[in-house]
Design a binder for this molecule. Structure first.
Ligand code: ZN
Length: 296
């Protein structure tokens, strides 16, 4: 949504609101602001084998060493990955551009948390989601899903607290994203993440018959472990929002919950949209009424 808004606002066109999202937009105008846009957008190189991603920003900002207010706009060199993934040897898909700037303002999130009334029916949900958002790493736009990391190398899924502790014990930052309860957002480079997974596999070895040559699992586990990681509980591994028992990831009330498909009606053998069948309905009824009146 942010990238759409950014693109559209840059062209001074209109933004169409869809479904139930209400958006309040503050527009900052000026050529300089538009130039900043490129540094907030990135192409994504997504590995088809192991799912590792790398970002390639469309533009870079260079601040002057003597005067931090002076900014130079540059074009980055790349790509950020080789022809084949350095972890599993598979090729990449290229996607984007995506929004890679900060997703929220922590001050604003805190303000909403402070002012949200407990009388609201959805207060617990608001409190839970915003608390997770507040804890999210601001400068990390994408995340890993824990079960996908373990699924790629066919190893049993480590407990979330263990993997978060291993990342923290290695000196990196980690958070959830409000989008996914098994998410890992981190500033640790991908090679550290795969090294931690190799370390986990060393402690929980997989059956060797599951390793088929040239698969991502085979190639990732064929690499030597760079160092040993500690999965011992780190004091910051359990986030505050979880300790306080907030409603963080509320399950949908029903399966397939959300906007449904458009209503359709059967006309003879054909299925047509109800909206189409009802086109001119009032006019038809009015003319029917007037012809009935004339006959009387
Ligand atoms: Zn890969």
């Amino acid at each position: 949504m942010l990238i759409d808004m950014d693109d559209i606002l840059c062209r001074f066109s209109h933004y169409q609101l869809i479904f139930y999202i209400r958006v309040f937009v503050q527009v900052f105008s000026g050529a300089q602001k538009c130039k900043h846009t490129t540094s907030k957008l990135s192409q994504v190189y997504h590995c088809t084998g192991c799912g590792t991603f790398a970002l390639h920003p469309l533009g870079v900002l260079k601040t002057n060493e003597k005067n931090s207010k002076l900014v130079k706009f540059g074009i980055p060199t790349g790509p950020p990955v080789s022809h084949r993934c350095e972890h599993c040897g598979h090729p990449h898909h290229i996607g984007g551009p995506i929004w890679s700037g900060p997703l929220h303002s922590p001050d604003f999130v805190q303000e909403v948390l402070d002012t949200a009334s407990e009388k609201l029916c959805t207060f617990k949900r608001i409190q839970g989601v915003l608390s997770v958002i507040k804890e999210e790493l601001l400068d990390v736009p994408l995340y890993y899903a824990l079960e996908k990391l373990s699924g790629t190398i066919h190893v049993e899924t480590p407990p979330m607290m263990s993997i978060r502790s291993a990342i923290l014990n290695a000196g990196y930052k980690v958070s959830f994203t409000h989008m996914n309860r098994t998410s890992i957002k981190t500033d640790a480079p991908a090679n550290v993440i795969w090294d931690i997974m190799r370390c986990w596999e060393k402690e929980h070895p997989i059956a060797k018959k599951r390793l088929i040559e040239n698969t991502p699992a085979y190639n990732i586990l064929a690499k030597q472990l760079e160092k040993d990681y500690s999965f011992a509980a780190h004091p910051a591994a359990n986030p505050e929002s979880k300790k306080l028992g907030f409603l963080r990831f509320q399950a949908n009330p029903l399966p397939h919950w959300g906007p449904g498909t458009r209503a359709t009606a059967m006309v003879g053998e054909n299925k047509i949209k109800k909206s189409k069948r009802n086109q001119g309905k009032r006019k038809r009824e009015a003319s029917q009424e007037s012809s009935d009146a004339n006959q009387d």
